[in-house]
Design a protein around this ligand. Structure first.
Ligand code: HEM
Length: 181
């Protein structure tokens, strides 16, 4: 199951790519609702079916659609944080706060929600981020991480290093050293 808020973020992301017309088309093709309410829960298969319909329409793979979508989704997700996210000025402290602050707060908004868990550690010229989730939305998470750094003005490469069970590690390397972080 997934919280309606994530499907609302998906709607805004799909609309960025192809307007209301694309959202109507992909939800129809996926055979799912086009309207989601913030605190309700929906089958995760709705999310996947919509992404699959977008991938088909754009003639790209499911993984590419998830990664592109995650990157474009970040600003839409972040603006739902209280104060529109004004309390964060860099991606590293935001990612470091995901477990104890951000996704912890999400659990109070929707007690049955099941957000993923994260860890971030500096390594060499960048960071290693580990992501643990039974949903395993690895390329989506990869895109969100890239979107988070881009949002705060740092271009970076985010590569999948290793998946073991439900945990995936990503290597995040800023490509603009003057504005790292
Ligand atoms: C860099 C920042 C973030 C990353 C990488 C991230 C990552 C993710 C991922 C990958 C999921 C999908 C579920 C899964 O994988 O199991 C998720 C779920 C979720 N996230 Fe985040 N997130 C971030 C920031 C935020 C923020 C700022 C908010 C609040 C506005 C938020 C709210 C949620 C909610 C509501 C869910 C759905 C939980 C559920 O339905 O069980 N996230 N997050």
């Amino acid at each position: 199951m997934v919280m309606g808020m994530i499907l609302q973020v998906l709607e805004e992301t799909v609309t960025d790519i192809g307007g209301d017309g694309l959202w109507d088309q992909v939800t129809e093709e996926a055979g799912v609702s086009a309207v989601y309410s913030r605190f309700d829960r929906y089958p995760s298969s709705d999310f996947l079916a919509i992404v699959e319909a977008v991938a088909n329409t754009l003639s790209i793979s499911m993984d590419e659609a998830m990664a592109i979508g995650g990157e474009k989704a970040f600003p839409h997700l972040f603006r739902r944080w209280p104060d529109g996210g004004a309390s964060y000025t860099d991606a590293v402290s935001l990612i470091g706060d995901l477990d104890l602050v951000i996704h912890a707060e999400v659990r109070t908004w929707a007690p049955h929600s099941d957000p993923p868990t994260f860890d971030i550690q500096p390594k060499d010229d960048g960071y290693v981020v580990s992501y643990t989730s039974a949903r395993g939305l690895v390329p989506f998470c990869q895109g969100l991480l890239k979107g988070a750094f881009t949002h705060f003005g740092t271009s970076c490469d985010v590569e999948i290093m290793l998946t073991e069970g439900t945990t995936t590690s990503f290597s995040v390397r800023p490509t603009d050293p003057l504005r790292s972080g």
